[in-house]
Ligand binder design. Structure first.
Ligand code: G6P
Length: 613
């Protein structure tokens, strides 16, 4: 949700910023802009649309060599996507330029106050209010930019990561964050600031994750950080664990396709060093010291948004089946506003790919304030959720760039499966035989996923047959019901076809009315406990002329006779089957979206990291 990048160093500033913005574009692509500190003062270029459009202004960038600069790619909140609302925003006097990721909730009252002091605003954004607030504080108190920013943060309510430049200090970048992420890259005689490490990794592996309300100043190539109470902070420099290739397409047409095909490896990476099927050991270092809390928990509440919420629904089946602990799954955005009943006997598991989702962060804050222990399951190392939770495990799926989540989902399920199996064994609900059988099942998964990916070509012919459909229905039962939800979400997100996921048995309570010969129905009908029931559901669809695309277990003859198309998956432990059944749904959505000419990696209106409520 908006990406910000800033640079101070010896390289071509505009080139570093533009490349950085391209890497951050998954966070928003409504507009892009950069501000350069040049010999002639601050020069700004900003444009509605993607970074690529901004890049066409090459002559402008060549004209103004710069010492430092800031850049922004926007996901619109306040004000429509246009050139004026694009960042960076400048103060009325033109002395300050600012980029912002987040939302200033009380911007209207601040705006009125500034207007009463004679300020005029060009844009509809909260950010233009903020840059003028800082300038006004500087004027009224005759203070430094750093002090003015600090004072401004006392007046604003909301989430922000900002970087500000000031014409009278041409070698200085000042940044602060609260709620929105900000990473500092420390190179050799150069510094980077960015919403995440993707614009940085190409130049340096040394990063500092700024904490809430820490104020960072880069001046004359030296960095200083101050805490909220003005104490100097000795920062911890961490080493980035990923390589540049991981954030490039590597020969695939789209990041999403690359990420789908990475799943055998990403799932393997998630289990590596944690599951030893031969010795019957599950080692989860991140929660080792909290196992007693996990065992004594009377209830588990899982919370997340989007695809991560679907992973939680799968997790609910796993925990209840293996560990016999009651589980509730909550949308973080609902949970946080519902005055939920939580106490210190509850274990909260917050799941997030980015580790930055604003609603999930707020839900965690609420749960902690009520005394609950919170575990995090995050993909992005060093992210806010990873840092505010009491304990947790990373999914180790590697950077996920495609806006529609794929490999992060399977890695989340993999971590939740390990949690649930470990807990079930430790609390005595899984006997040793079943425990060992599950661990052996886990060991097989990466290889089985690889087999499923080989079906890509045959899925393409199904995609061709239905690429022009207007609606889709996805049905599943039991642990594959959340997979049906996820399949529908994937299709909606990237192909803009209306799709609904439903528990198969619920179809007759409503969606069945939609079924006619124009309605493709994707049904997960693997050989599991609910197989016979789902065969009846397929018959109900066929009786009404619907077109059935069935995901079945290899060798299934019954469903193959009924369905219009079958996709055969290798036999797998029923409770691990979502790790396989989701793959054809990801491929189907991807191929349909490509056939419809959609921008698969950057679907309209969406952003990968949702740092606003
Ligand atoms: C956005 C993304 C989804 C993601 C959701 C939750 O909507 O487009 O792919 O599932 O946010 O994000 P998180 O990072 O918390 O998993």
């Amino acid at each position: 949700m908006c990406g910000i990048v800033a640079y101070a160093g010896y390289r071509n500033v505009a080139a570093v910023l533009l490349k950085g913005l391209e890497r951050l574009e998954y966070r928003g692509y409504d507009s892009a802009g950069i501000a350069l500190m040049t010999a002639e003062g601050i020069k700004i270029k900003k444009k509605k649309g993607k970074v690529n459009i901004l890049k066409h202004e090459v002559s402008f960038f060549d004209l103004f060599p710069a010492s430092i600069g800031i850049g922004h790619t926007r996901w619109a909140t306040h004000g429509v996507p246009n050139d004026v609302n694009a960042h960076p925003h400048v103060s009325s006097s033109g002395r300050l330029a600012l980029i912002h990721n987040g939302i200033i909730e009380n911007y209207e009252s601040l705006k009125k106050e500034l207007e009463s002091k004679g300020y005029h605003f060009q844009s509809d954004t909260d950010t233009e209010v903020l840059v003028n607030l800082i300038e006004n504080i500087q004027f009224e108190t005759n203070t430094s930019l750093e002090d003015a920013i600090r004072l401004a943060t006392r007046a604003i309510v909301g989430a922000y990561a900002i970087v500000v430049i000031e014409e009278s200090n041409p070698d200085q970048l000042v940044a602060i964050r609260k709620g929105s992420p900000l990473v500092i890259g420390v190179g050799n005689n150069e510094f980077f600031l960015a919403s995440d490490a993707s614009p940085i990794v190409e130049y340096t592996k040394h990063v500092i994750y700024l904490e809430d309300l820490e104020l960072a100043t880069i001046k004359n190539m030296s960095l200083s950080i101050k805490s909220n109470d003005e104490q100097a902070v000795d920062p911890i420099i961490e080493r980035l664990e990923f390589e540049l290739e991981e954030i490039e397409k590597g020969g695939f047409d789209h990041f999403m396709l690359k990420e789908i095909f990475e799943q055998p490896r990403s799932i393997q990476d998630c289990f590596r060093g944690r599951v030893d099927a031969d010795k019957g050991i599950v080692t989860l270092g991140g929660i080792r010291d909290h196992m007693s809390k996990m065992i004594s928990a009377k209830r588990i509440i899982m919370t997340a948004c989007g695809t991560s919420w679907h992973a939680c629904l799968v997790g609910e089946y796993l925990f209840e089946e293996f560990a016999r602990v009651p589980v509730e799954v909550e949308y973080a955005s609902e949970f946080r506003y519902r005055n939920p009943i939580i106490n210190e006997n509850d274990l909260i598991i917050a799941v997030s790919q980015s580790g930055e989702t604003a609603d999930t962060l707020a839900a965690i804050g609420l749960a902690k304030s009520k005394g609950a222990t919170v575990f995090g399951v995050c993909n992005v190392v060093g992210s806010s959720i990873a840092r505010v939770t009491d304990a947790g495990s990373y999914t180790h799926a590697g950077p996920e760039i495609g806006v529609a989540s794929t490999k992060a989902f399977s890695a989340q399920i993999s971590v939740l499966a390990m949690f649930a199996i470990k807990l079930g064994y430790e609390n005595g609900n899984l006997n040793p035989e079943r425990y060992l059988a599950l661990l052996k099942g886990i060991k097989e998964i990466p290889h089985l996923v690889e087999k499923v990916l080989k079906l890509s070509d045959s899925i393409f012919s199904i995609a061709e047959a239905y690429a022009s459909a207007s609606n889709f229905l996805y049905l599943g039962r039991g642990i594959n019901f959340p997979v049906a939800l996820e399949g529908a979400l994937k299709l909606k997100e990237i192909s803009y076809i209306h799709a609904e996921g439903y528990p198969a048995a619920e179809m007759k309570h409503g969606p069945i009315a939609l079924i006619d010969s124009e309605m493709p129905v994707v049904i997960i009908a693997m050989k599991d406990g609910s197989y016979e029931k789902i065969v009846s559901n397929i018959q109900e669809v066929k009786a009404r002329g619907g077109k059935v695309i069935a995901i079945v277990t290899e060798g299934d003859e019954l469903v193959s006779k009924l369905a219009d198309h079958t996709i055969e998956l290798p036999p797998v432990n029923e409770h691990l089957s979502p790790l396989l059944s989701v793959i054809p749904l990801q491929l189907l959505a991807y191929q349909i979206a490509v056939l419809r000419g959609c921008n698969v990696d950057q679907p309209r209106n969406l952003a990968k990291s949702v740092t606003v409520e």
